[in-house]
Design a protein around this ligand. Structure first.
Ligand code: HEC
Ligand code: HEC
Length: 194
């Protein structure tokens, strides 16, 4: 072997060894195809009452996946979906979805409803946990840009105490709120482009 062909061989070996590492970081986990069937392309939901999971904090996704797998958060549609899926794969899924960008919110908004939602969210101090930009952190979900119908659906369920496995402090923070106020908050949060 000549000197230069030896270097070429070494360089080739380097690429051969490193390529799978890089592609592992970029390729979505195989199971993500199934998730996207419900949660939408790249985790951006297009179905009614379905949460987008793109851009959610990693810890939030990971926690929810464990709760759902163990049947502690009751989601009939996801029954069986995570049976026997190991923790390592749940972490891969969380890493994948947290790295994706949430889609731009719909441009159309109802100004009076939006303003009411903004005032209520401030008064009720939702940003203390979800952050003032509502992008979430750690176990606190992103609310900014989430689907309006999902926000309303899930807050109604929490308020009616029908959301099995949801955080009791979260449920308590909706105590006594009216349905009209939930509508305003959902509209406001769904239009935030943060
Ligand atoms: C058959 C449809 C379906 C499939 C497949 C599915 N999900 Fe879900 N998922 C749902 C629904 C519906 C909800 C919300 C239900 C609710 O809040 O009552 C949900 C909730 C979630 C949540 C909590 C989101 C939030 O904002 O509270 C996460 C995280 C999640 N799914 C991740 C996944 C992942 C990852 C996969 C693939 C392994 C997956 N889902 C597959 C229907 C599905
Ligand atoms: C003490 C901290 C805290 C406060 C205050 C708080 N939240 Fe939450 N919220 C959480 C946590 C933690 C979760 C996720 C855990 C869970 O759902 O069990 C959550 C979940 C949610 C969800 C479900 C989102 C999803 O994708 O699943 C909505 C909607 C929400 N909060 C809205 C609000 C609104 C509106 C307010 C103000 C009225 C508020 N939160 C105040 C901690 C808080």
């Amino acid at each position: 072997m000549t000197r230069s062909s030896k270097w070429r061989a070494l360089a080739f070996l380097g690429v051969a060894i490193l390529a799978p590492l890089f592609s592992a970081a970029q390729n979505p986990p195989a199971r993500a195809n199934m998730c996207n069937a419900c949660h939408g392309p790249n985790g951006n939901a297009v179905l009614k009452d379905m949460p987008s999971i793109a851009g959610q904090p990693k810890v939030f996704i990971e926690n929810q996946l464990v709760l759902i797998r163990e049947g502690m958060r009751d989601i009939p549609q996801m029954k069986g979906v995570l049976d026997n899926v190991p923790d390592t794969e749940l972490t891969e899924l969380a890493n994948h979805y947290t790295s994706l960008k949430i889609a731009k919110p719909p441009a159309q908004k109802q100004t009076a409803l939006y303003d009411k939602g903004e005032t209520l969210s401030k008064e009720m101090r939702c940003g203390i946990c979800h952050l003032p930009t509502y992008v979430g952190r750690d176990q606190m979900p992103r609310l900014a840009g989430q689907r309006e119908d999902y926000l309303l659906y899930t807050m109604r369920a929490m308020k009616a105490n029908q959301a099995v496995g949801r955080d009791p402090i979260m449920i308590a923070s909706l105590y006594g709120i009216s349905d009209d106020d939930l509508k305003a908050i959902s509209h406001y949060l769904s239009r935030l482009n943060n």
